[in-house]
Design a protein around this ligand. Sequence first.
Ligand SMILES: Nc1nc2c(ncn2[C@@H]2O[C@H](COP(=O)(O)OP(=O)(O)OP(=O)(O)O)[C@@H](O)[C@H]2O)c(=O)[nH]1
Ligand SMILES: [Mg+2]
Length: 464
Amino acid sequence: MKLMKNKVNKWLSRGLDRHVRLAVTGLSKAGKTAFITSLVNQLLHSATNPRLPLFQPVREGYILGARRIPQRQLLVPSFDFDLNMQALHSQPPLWPSPTTDVSEIRLEIRYRPQKRALRLLQESVTLYLDIVDYPGEWLLDLPLLSMTFDEWSEKQSKILTGKRKTLSKEWLEALDELDPFAELNEKQILDISQKFTTYLYACKEEAGLHWVQPGRFVLPGEYAGAPVLQFFPLVNKSKSESQLKEIPPNSNYGVLKERYDYYCKHIVKRFYQENFSKVDRQILLVDVLEPLNAGVDSFNDMRLALEQLMQSFRYGKTGLLQRLFSPKIDKIMFAATKADHVTPDQHAHLVTLLQQLIHDAWQTASFEGIEMECLTLASIQATEPGLVDYKGQKVAALRGHLLNGDPILVYPGEVPARLPKRDFWEHHQFDFRSFRPIVTDVDEPLPHIRLDKALQYLLGDKLK
Ligand SMILES: Nc1nc2c(ncn2[C@@H]2O[C@H](COP(=O)(O)OP(=O)(O)OP(=O)(O)O)[C@@H](O)[C@H]2O)c(=O)[nH]1
Ligand SMILES: [Mg+2]
């Protein structure tokens, strides 16, 4: 009889278990890894976490706790939570390293059900939470799936202005020498590909630009050195109608086109298939402050890249992501990260600025009946609000340590509430610094700003 009861209970509890797959999206350095690390850290402390007043299951005490369990996808590397925490707890504390590959983490969260019907059946229920982390650059490749090689080449020609024009000089000179319709010259293709890759690295590292496409060229992961990463767009090359009709497969052109198609089909498509088809919830993290600090070029580039990335938010039937991968996303959160870089009185501006940046994606998602929320947060708070004397008055400021360890009290400046106009860039001065994480003890949860609000939005309803 007892055995029977246990079996029924086990069956029942499995029936009540819930699953959430959360996609944490954002451009490179938006703060994805910091967000996941802090979110996992907060949940692992959830039984006694005093830092989560806005997360109802913790505030009302019906969450029992959370623990890490082995992930389902055995071929995907595990998210290195321990290494990230080790960095944050080192002396002096360090930020987690940039992400170079996809990784995943799974949590088992146990709670006392609040719905009466569930309570009668079971004392506790489990929510399994899967979170995936990936390099920001890889997310910019989705639009490639709707472009032919020629369309992509044309698009790349159009953006070769400003800093990109200067950085692309060597690559374009080498490209000038190429006859696209001549028989394949493997050595020449390799040489130009390498120059193109160097140009992409320079866009990312030297110029701090975000729109770096194809994303795998700067973060190749397992494909480093493979021919699938040896192609480039044929910019500034005129091609006649008749030439385009019959491109010999063994010409330089034919091979570049073939590699581009292969890249789209086997790398981009596979990545989205594996990571987005089962997503339930999505958060888009945006670092608005760094590009605002870096100037108009950087800010506009961020907007452009964000636009590309938000193609993944077109969930309607005509949206590329929906057509190819049918994710079942019912809630999206848009978050401006690193809110601890500005004084609390600027947070409202940060939100309105973000709302303007994501306006189009918001409209489309709203039309599809997807629930959305916009907020500003700091996954790992590195500063504390303070006051400075300015012309005899007390003014809001931030107290923290710079990356080199120097203590600092600074007024970082004002965040514009709307998208900045031309004259704004001429007159405005920012002082957004990079701060070192605050020293914390291993047994206390990481300090944050409004991460509990994000948790409530993304998971609160699944823990009822
Ligand atoms: N002050 C502060 N800085 C942050 C916060 N989150 C991230 N940062 C800073 O932003 C940097 C990038 O954060 P990551 O979490 O590595 O960004 P990512 O989106 O994972 O970047 P990729 O892996 O390169 O795509 C960190 O090294 C920190 O310097 C935060 O909450 N507060
Ligand atoms: Mg990362």
